[in-house]
Design a binder for this molecule. Structure first.
Ligand code: GLN
Length: 454
């Protein structure tokens, strides 16, 4: 049924870069056979899933939305993908994304944009717009995204889906093609908070193949959903972040957010306002740390090891092949960030830019620590606006970067966050989202409060 749905709507939505019809059908048949034979089934056995094209999939193309990886078929599965396969989830295919996960609209994909199923003239968010659109358009019941600065949560908000960025280290990064190693985290993209918890429990937990993976059990996420779904938040202390609201936020987004807060109060939560003064520097900090890490990570695309190789006429040197390949293979946004990152890391500038950004990153973590001394979770709108029109911000990188104003602090500090739909904005009838953040390792709290809002 999902493959039929993909065939019917994906020519317009373009959520997928690759659909694995044969593989998905074979896996579905294998799951049916297990069921008929009375074998034990995993909680999500036979439930199809879409995977963002930044996670390696053995035998299936993995492009990261870039021409430089066109034609590359990885010889191994990411740990997240391996766990999906072991639990019997048929993989429908790989979803579209901004090139190397750089962007907030999926317009930076080298393979053309994904469109928002709510309005095909609008963006589905980014970088994981493909995963969010696939779930919103009923092409897949579940998807995997990755969130480096908001790429699961912001697409969730603008497509009316649920998106979770787990605690840093809570889900293995093995086989996740790195954008920024210290910020990246894979997580669930679903239609309900309950589905997200099921998927999170499946993909999360320790992995010896990722040196930053946390070696302790996940908190009970499904239990937290059950608790939250009862609608009782008595005893939960909730902080509304002063700095993540107000100026720059669309009025319809803010009114839906205030209604969500009212719901929390009605459910018995104690709501206070909390100030995190360093959050106003989060965007600037992120756009030094991220390009610095990305420029280093992308150095491996050297025309020798993966995908594309462009050989200029004559008898080119290795350096000329590398230059021609990187020039043809990378898009404008990727080149912009490589230049920013190498500049920030240059000798003489390192302390002024990268070093300074690392210090501000610590201040942001201290703000979180102080806030979580007072409250159990922090809340804000997920994205400052609803989905904008395709092309609207493409020529203005700063306007594009501002989409992640509210989501970036969590990545800088490694704390978990969820985006839950908060209703349609009055002025344009488009989806909005509320973000719930909790201390590192307390992912259960975001599920409890998220489930209470559903
Ligand atoms: N939009 C942000 C960026 O462009 C976040 C990307 C992400 O989370 N992958 O960097």
């Amino acid at each position: 049924a999902h493959l039929d749905r993909i065939a019917a709507v994906d020519p317009a939505v373009h959520a997928f870069l690759h659909v694995d019809t044969d593989g998905a059908l074979a896996e579905a048949a294998a799951s049916d056979a297990r069921r008929s034979a009375g074998e034990p089934l995993s909680a999500l056995d036979g439930v199809p899933i879409a995977v963002k094209d930044v996670l390696t999939t053995r035998g299936l193309p993995t492009t990261c939305g870039s021409k430089i990886l066109e034609g590359w078929v990885p010889p191994y599965d990411a740990t997240v993908v391996r766990r999906l396969r072991e639990a019997g989830l048929p993989i429908l295919g790989k979803t579209n994304m901004d090139e190397f996960a750089m962007g907030s609209s999926t317009e930076h994909s080298a393979y053309g944009p994904t469109r928002n199923p709510w309005d095909l003239d609008r963006i589905p968010g980014g970088s994981g717009g493909g995963s969010a659109a696939a779930v919103a358009a009923f092409e897949a019941p579940l998807a995997i995204g990755t969130d480096t600065g908001g790429s699961i949560r912001q697409p969730g908000a603008v497509t009316g889906t649920v998106g979770v960025k787990p605690t840093y280290g809570g889900v293995s990064r093995y086989g996740l093609v790195a954008l920024a190693n210290s910020l990246d985290q894979a997580g669930p993209v679903t239609r309900t908070v309950h589905d997200a918890a099921l998927l999170h429990e499946l993909i999360g937990g320790h992995d010896p193949l990722d040196s930053t993976s946390i070696d302790q059990p996940l908190p009970g996420l499904l239990d937290a959903v059950r608790e939250g779904a009862s609608g009782d938040l008595t005893g939960v202390r909730i902080g509304v972040v002063t700095e993540l609201g107000g100026e720059g936020y669309q009025s319809g987004v803010l009114s839906r957010f205030r209604e969500s807060v009212d719901l929390m109060v009605k459910a018995g939560a104690e709501v206070v306002e909390v100030s995190c003064p360093s959050f106003v520097h989060a965007l600037a900090t992120y756009y030094l740390i991220l390009p610095a890490e990305a420029s280093s990570n992308l150095a491996k695309f050297d025309a020798m090891r993966y995908g594309l190789r462009v050989v200029p006429e004559g008898d080119p040197s290795a350096e000329e092949v590398m230059r021609a390949t990187r020039d043809a293979g990378f898009g404008d946004e990727v080149k912009r960030r490589i230049i920013l990152g190498t500049y920030a890391l240059s000798s003489g500038y390192y302390d002024a830019y990268y070093g300074q950004a690392q210090k501000v990153r610590t201040l942001i973590t201290r703000d979180f620590d102080a806030a979580f001394g007072q409250v159990d979770v922090l809340v804000s709108p997920t994205a400052p606006t609803t989905a904008f029109k395709l092309g609207e911000k493409l020529d203005d990188p700063l306007a594009m970067y501002l989409n992640d104003l509210a989501t970036i602090p969590a990545n800088l500090s490694g704390v978990p966050g969820i985006s839950v739909p908060s209703g349609l904005a009055d002025e344009d009838g488009l989806p909005t989202g509320v973000q719930i953040l909790a201390p590192a390792l307390a992912d259960d709290r975001v599920y409890r409060v998220g489930a209470a809002l559903e």
